[in-house]
Design a protein around this ligand. Structure first.
Ligand code: FES
Length: 121
């Protein structure tokens, strides 16, 4: 869980709403993947985002209702869905997609930007 703050503005500031360019959601399981795997990926994601000082918000998702092929990483605003996200895969996704702006096409399972243009992949 997050910390408690005295005001909404403090909470927004701590969440880095203003600085965020992307929002990363990770489902940790247990139905799409064993929780242990999801937690390993989450721990890596958290550390790596901090280490690289990435301009992102990150959120644990309880379940996307996909429930197979996870852990799932969903990245907005592109609406890109990556399945089977191990820490090793996560490292490459953060580098190539989040830092350099190039989704890793061979790992993209679905693209569906909300309120975006055109149909999803
Ligand atoms: S448990 Fe991950 S999508 Fe349902």
């Amino acid at each position: 869980m997050g910390k408690k703050y005295d005001s909404v503005e403090d909470g927004f500031a701590a969440a880095n709403i203003d600085g965020a360019q992307r929002h990363l959601f990770l489902c940790l399981g247990p139905d799409c993947a064993p929780m242990k795997e999801g937690e390993e990926t989450w721990d890596f994601l958290k550390k790596q985002c901090k280490k690289l000082d990435l301009p992102v918000m990150r959120t644990k998702a309880g379940c996307f209702r996909i429930c197979v092929g996870g852990p799932w990483l969903l990245i907005y605003p592109e609406g890109v869905w990556y399945g089977d996200v191990t820490p090793k895969r996560c490292e490459r996704i953060l580098r190539e997609h989040v830092q350099e702006g190039h989704p890793i096409e061979e790992w993209v399972q679905r693209t569906h930007p909300l309120c975006g243009s055109g149909p999803g992949k």
